[in-house]
Design a protein around this ligand. Structure first.
Ligand code: NAG
Length: 913
């Protein structure tokens, strides 16, 4: 019986195994990509129609015309109220049918701000605050200036494409190839073989609306490096696409994905930034259709281009990007920075930030495809206790269900799910279960019957329910673009419906690209039809986003005052408002470990701060060293979950040697010690929109060496993390960045020894198997909790340690955010947000706003690194009353023992010499 089930699983799996890169299109194999890429620069086709400019207090409109086919398009430009951001829209003036506009990515419709318009001879200028957009009439081009510096040029290369919707040409009758027929041939006839129907492998795309591609180029005159455009398994800095395919954005379930590749992956976030020493700018290309992006940089390799720049030999053109989408309209946001953090915030001001998650979601997650049954779950949980390793969450993959029917349980493996959940809850732990969008076509399955009867499935062009093949076998897909379908799906989570779990169980949405094993490129055919009569072609990259939104609505609906946790694989711009992401089905290889940082950095600037990779690697069996290093790296990435494929060997940490187990335990404990910092950073992320995990250039924008660094990252501007990600190394080269062009830098302290690093440049640092090279920046104060517990939920009232690392001026500052770690009460002000300031040998502690959350937590230790001399003693002053405190050595720092003061008090601590 067991074996039979296993074989069935293997067979289905073999289906997916056969997927390799040849199952995914190249640009050459995609008609619209071919067409857009064939447009040659410096032959611009669009011009403003004279006399059509209309100016309003908050926008301009004008008409654009294609020079050959004379088709008319409408242009609209706004300067947004939020500042340093313009929006540019182009649509057909009178399209044959409406073209798709993305409506669900932005957190709300941004308000246009007031503008002034000045008309010149051949151009007009839109001024908004310190910024202006100069619109050149013929050829059409828009130059965006930030404080009089040309920062982004739109259509400077003249690569703009806008294929208007047209009736399908009649097949020429036999022998009709005469002069008359040729005359009908319009100047712009699209002759590409795939314009009206297209085949890929055995799949046919009927393309009822024909060619409708759009494309536009963006030049960044001030930039030396381009980055963004997640999700790709590639370097953080985007590479030139000259001689390769463009970067592709098309949400797909790629099996065993290739590294250093521009191939599409599970998520698509069409935001790209250009950065130079003087300024940063970005463009957000709001389009949900398949998109390819060509990158023009001086060199194939950003490192050598930077070398050229440094040596003063930059001869080439500034970097540029050419966005090409299959359908929809041109809807672009131009983000004018000028700093990297400004540009990131302009993007999150549009698409939102991740809301503060529950504390336990920032702790460690234990997953596997699959934990076999209730006994297995109980055993694994108990073993974490036996070996004194903290763990917060157990995960159940698809095998927990009754035949991949979501919202049901396998009666044999999981006969008492509620008891299992309650047992975990009693230990302070949580459960996350998977719910995927493929719905088993089974007339005994209520969900399938409901969707069928109510017409909730995505339809074929003929109006039937679309049927594909996925984990359950024959499957259909709920059309989550329909609000009624989302509402139906959301009600499945109500406790009255989903009786076998509690409201503490959270949800994992996988396979939501959507993955269709027998579909073209392992997904849904583009001519399927969604709510509102939109083709799947128009909305493909947004399907996963809408599915996560539906889950979010479900979790809020069942428990309005508990913050939902959702992990999703597919994502689009804005999905960060609803869930965390991980980098999908990676492999147990060192290269994949290295890519976990590159990929999460790129996601972080794309709005996804809550990002992680499967610790240990999903496919394959990591050896002990890779396993150890992966835990050490994962411990400093925002989302920290171990996960593995059903065919891999069991790899719970105690199945390795004692040495490995202790190294993993160390990494886990280190993660838990920093939970107050993670929580504070995520609170600040929600409020400011600034990413939690940051590339070095975010804080060291003038240091060119940082532009290509993606094996090292910052957590805010507080920690610098450079995990060991190479086999067998005894040393790593850590780069300490410069704050100016005179090679001045910050002071950094090892978080383990408090050894001080004061030089700018690469420093070779010795590492043992238990070393995680992490450095706290001088000038910061970090809150920690150092008591060992089973789970983060049990640390809620534990005392804090403050770690103060001084800068060269003997100063430091920091924050701590505290609330109930679970509910939305913080949105009503029920929290404590505390500011720490150290200077002149004195720590001052003051609230920011009101202290409204009552907690018994207190301060048990204050560590200070970077003091010139060891003080004799310390004095705590609270409400005018003084108290002497003891001082002990603490590595190369000192520790003030037991201030014993509540985190809710206002106090200061003075050092005495
Ligand atoms: C929950 O714990 C109780 C007490 O240890 C045990 O008897 C029961 O089998 C557990 N339930 C499950 C589903 O593991």
């Amino acid at each position: 019986m067991r074996l039979a089930i296993f074989l069935v699983i293997l067979c289905i799996f073999e289906y997916a195994v056969s997927v390799d890169h040849t199952n995914f299109k190249t640009c050459e194999q995609s008609s619209f990509c071919r067409r857009c890429r064939n447009v040659k620069p410096d032959n611009p086709k669009f011009a403003l129609v004279p006399g059509t400019l209309n100016t309003y207090s908050d926008s301009i409109t004008a008409e654009l015309q294609h020079k050959d086919n004379k088709h008319i398009f409408s242009l609209k430009i706004e300067a947004l109220e939020l500042g340093n951001t313009f929006r540019l829209l182009v649509d057909e003036k009178n399209p044959l049918k409406p073209r798709y506009r993305v409506t669900d990515a932005l957190k709300s419709e941004p308000k246009p701000g007031s503008i002034k318009v000045q008309e010149g001879e051949a151009e007009f200028t839109i001024t908004s605050g310190p910024n202006k957009a100069v619109v050149n009439a013929d050829p059409f081009r828009v130059d965006f200036y930030q404080n009089d510096v040309l920062t982004v040029s739109v259509n400077a290369k003249g690569l703009m494409t806008f294929e208007y919707l047209r009736p399908k040409p009649q097949q020429p009758a036999e022998g009709a190839n005469d002069a008359a027929a040729n005359e009908v041939k319009e100047a712009d006839e699209i002759t590409d073989a795939g314009a009206w129907e297209e085949n890929f492998k055995s799949h046919h795309d009927s393309k009822p609306y024909g060619p409708e591609a759009i494309a536009l180029d963006f030049t960044f005159p001030e930039a030396e490096v381009l980055f963004g455009l997640p999700e790709h398994a590639d370097s953080f800095a985007l590479k030139s696409t000259s001689g390769t395919d463009p970067y592709r954005l098309y949400n797909t379930d790629v099996f065993e994905y290739i590294l250093d590749s521009k191939m599409a992956l599970y998520g698509s976030v069409p935001v790209l930034y250009g950065h130079g020493t003087q300024r940063t700018a970005g463009v957000y290309w709001q389009n949900g259709a398949e998109t390819w992006v060509d990158i023009y940089t001086a060199e194939k390799n950003v490192v050598s281009s930077i070398v050229n720049f440094v040596s003063g030999s930059r001869k080439s053109d500034p970097p540029a990007a050419h966005f090409m989408s299959e359908s929809g309209i041109i809807d672009v946001f131009v983000l004018l920075g000028p700093t990297p953090l400004d540009a990131f915030k302009q993007y999150t001001a549009l698409t939102g930030s991740a809301p503060l998650p529950q504390m336990w979601t920032l702790a460690y997650h234990q997953s596997r495809w699959n934990y076999n049954n209730e006994g297995d779950v109980a055993d694994v949980s108990a073993k974490f206790d036996e070996y004194d390793m903290p763990m917060d969450t157990m995960w159940l993959d698809i095998e927990h269900t009754d035949g991949k029917r979501y919202f049901t349980w396998d009666q044999f493996k999981f006969p008492n799910p509620l008891s299992m959940v309650q047992n975990l809850t009693a230990l302070g732990r949580h459960l996350v279960i998977i719910v995927d969008p493929h719905i088993k076509r089974d007339t005994h399955y209520f969900f399938h019957n409901d969707c069928t009867e109510r017409g909730y499935y995505v339809k074929t062009p003929e109006g039937n329910d679309y049927e594909g093949w996925c984990w359950p076998g024959a499957a259909s897909y709920a059309d989550v673009f329909n609000p009624e379908v989302r509402a139906y799906y959301a009600t499945q989570y109500l406790p009255t419906n989903f009786k076998t779990i509690t409201t503490d169980v959270m949800i994992w949405n996988d396979m939501n690209e959507p993955s269709v094993f027998n579909g073209p490129e392992v997904t849904m055919p583009k001519d399927m039809v969604h709510y509102g009569n939109w083709e799947h072609r128009d909305v493909h990259n947004i399907y996963g986003h809408m599915y996560v939104l539906a889950t979010f609505e479900g979790l809020i609906g069942r428990d309005p005052n508990q913050r939902p946790f959702i992990l999703t694989r597919s994502h689009f711009a804005g999905t960060q408002r609803y869930g965390a992401i991980w980098t999908g089905d990676n492999m147990a290889e060192w290269g994949h470990l290295q890519h976990s940082i590159k990929m999460c950095l790129s996601e972080a600037v794309g709005g996804f701060s809550f990002c992680g990779a499967d610790v240990g690697g999903f496919f394959g069996n990591p050896d002990a060293e890779l396993f150890e290093r992966w835990y050490q790296t994962g411990a400093f990435l925002p989302f920290f979950r171990a996960h593995s494929h059903i065919d891999t060997k069991r790899r719970e940490p105690w199945l390795f040697t004692e040495k490995t187990r202790l190294i993993v335990r160390d990494a886990l404990r280190k993660r838990y010690s920093y939970l107050p910092l993670w929580y504070t950073m995520f609170y600040e992320h929600e409020v400011t929109g600034e990413p939690v995990m940051r590339p070095l250039l975010a804080h060291y924008p003038t240091d060119k060496e940082t532009f290509a660094i993606d094996n090292e990252f910052l957590l805010q501007d507080r920690l610098l993390v450079r995990p060991v990600m190479d086999q067998g190394v005894k040393k790593v080269n850590v780069y300490f960045p410069a704050i100016d062009d005179k090679k001045n830098g910050d002071v950094w302290y090892s978080v383990d020894t408090f050894k001080k690093y004061t030089n700018v440049g690469y420093e070779s640092i010795s590492v043992e198997s238990d070393t995680i090279p992490v450095f706290q920046r001088g000038g910061t104060i970090i809150p920690k909790k150092e008591r060992i517990r089973r789970a983060a939920t049990l640390m809620k009232n534990d005392p804090y340690t403050l770690v103060i690392c001084l800068n060269r001026a003997g100063k430091a500052e920091g924050t701590l955010y505290v609330d109930d770690e679970k509910s939305y009460d913080y949105r009503n002000g029920v929290y404590n947000y505390i500011k720490f300031n150290f200077e002149n040998n004195k720590l001052d502690v003051n609230p920011i706003g009101k202290l409204k959350y009552k907690t018994p937590a207190w301060i048990e230790r204050v560590v200070i690194a970077g003091l010139e001399r060891v003080p004799k003693s310390a004095t705590l002053i609270i409400d005018g009353i003084s108290q002497q405190l003891d001082i002990l050595p603490h590595g190369e720092a000192i520790a003030i023992r037991k201030p014993g003061v509540s985190v809710q008090q206002i106090y200061n601590i003075r050092l005495n010499y």
